[in-house]
Design a protein around this ligand. Structure first.
Ligand code: URA
Length: 416
């Protein structure tokens, strides 16, 4: 087989065979095929797409490039969730203890932040001592003992995807539905869960800008999952506004703990979205109706069993629960509104970009995070405000031009 002829074929929008896809993925993983040839192929895929069969073969080849996690020693239906990424999206931190409190095992591998979207692993790592690098034995032991474990992906899970993703990131080929679907699903399937609930985001703070595009992606991922014998359900979620009031790492963990403790009002977008997803996961695992599942999920939030499980889970991975507190920063700046009216939206993309400037997200793969850097939205979409009301607060330790960031934060608020 010949790499150039495979590139030529895709350039002419002809379907690739299973053998050709395996040849490419195996050759690239081993280092036999250079980046520049794969970059050309990725661009041809980005421009011409792939059929369902090709997407399945690509996903399969990426799974076979590394280890599969065997969760068979954990009893019960193992249900996973995946968010395609958002600003202020800390739903995993909510649903993991909720499901575990309902005795549904949560065996979850999560990722780090990507661009303006935060990552669960970074958020968990902001808790002093929290171990995000569990061995497979520790991971399974924790799920069996505590009902929940969340770990970073092992190096050996889908190594082909790791290489391809890094190359896509620098060749303008991230935004391909086929490539995103196969990338996400290869990792989900290799992680061994029986069922997966997908939270596919759309809007200015997400990969997919429109709901229609998000639906195409969600359906493609569901098809892949079903082809591998997994139960898949999806939600389409608006990411034009950040989720919750807090954006950052430590502050988002605190927001979850406060929400589960009932210290902050629970009628937020974050609470509703988390309960919706948790109910879908519970329903998938137990086959109970969504209505009953929502009821059960609410119960463990109301009686604080989810909070107790959250604290137990953090401690079970060596995290210092007492360390979950308001972040300590050198600089705090607040921005008040210049007008009165109703907030039409708070631009998630702009807020995400500011969070990266403050140090809560990475500019390059090598960037070190400041776990304490935070943004608090004091007002959200739909809130009425009068001139002079506090809109947003920025907390950080670095030497950025804070005036520019405050101005940008103010312009993120669209007020009518
Ligand atoms: N997340 C992934 O894991 N892969 C993609 O391609 C996009 C988002």
């Amino acid at each position: 087989m010949n790499t150039v002829s495979i590139i030529e074929k895709k350039k002419l929008n002809q379907p690739l065979t299973k053998d050709e896809i395996n040849y490419i993925i195996e050759g690239y993983t081993k280092g036999d095929i250079p980046d520049y040839q794969i970059a050309a192929l990725l661009m041809a895929i980005r421009l011409n797409g792939m059929s369902d069969d090709e997407t399945f073969y690509l996903t399969e080849a990426m799974i076979n490039s590394g280890d599969r996690i065997d969760l068979s020693s954990i009893e019960g239906f193992k249900v996973d969730k995946h968010s395609t990424g958002g600003v202020g999206d800390k739903v995993t931190l909510m649903v993991a203890p909720i499901l575990a409190a309902l005795e549904i095992p949560v065996a979850k591998f999560s990722g780090r932040g990507l661009g303006i979207t935060g990552g669960t692993v970074d958020k968990l790592e902001s808790i002093q001592g929290f171990n995000v690098e569990l061995s497979e034995e520790e991971f399974i032991h924790n799920v069996n003992k505590y009902g929940v474990a969340v770990s970073g992906q092992s190096k050996d899970l889908c190594p082909a995807d790791k290489k391809l993703y890094a190359l896509r990131d620098v060749t303008g080929t991230v935004d391909s539905t086929t490539l995103i679907a196969s990338s996400i699903m290869s990792k989900k399937i290799a992680s061994g869960s029986d069922g997966i609930v997908l939270d596919v985001k759309y809007g200015n703070g997400a990969f997919m800008k429109t709901k229609e595009d998000a639906k195409v992606l969600a359906e493609q991922m569901a098809k892949i999952g079903n082809a591998f014998g997994r139960d898949v359900q999806y939600e389409l979620s608006d990411m034009n506004n950040p989720l919750g009031y807090a954006i950052g790492n430590k502050i988002e963990v605190l927001e979850v703990q406060e929400l589960l403790s009932h210290h902050i009002k629970n009628n937020t977008d974050l609470y509703d979205k988390s309960l919706e997803i948790a109910a879908k996961m519970y329903s998938m695992a137990t086959k109970e109706s969504l209505e009953n599942s929502l009821q059960k999920v609410k119960e463990v939030c109301d009686n604080k069993k989810a909070l107790a499980k959250f604290n137990e889970w953090i401690a079970s991975q060596s995290g210092a629960v007492e360390d979950i507190a308001f972040p300590k920063v050198k600089n705090v700046y607040k921005q008040n509104s210049h007008k009165s009216g109703v907030i039409k939206s708070v631009n998630a993309k702009m807020i995400g970009e500011i969070s990266v400037e403050l140090g809560a997200g990475r500019k390059t793969k090598e960037s070190l995070l400041d776990y304490d850097a935070y943004i608090i939205l004091h007002k959200k979409q739909g809130d009425s405000i009068v001139e002079g009301d506090l809109l947003v607060e920025l907390g950080f330790n670095n030497d950025i031009d804070y005036k520019a960031q405050l101005e940008k934060a103010l312009s993120a608020f669209e007020i009518e």
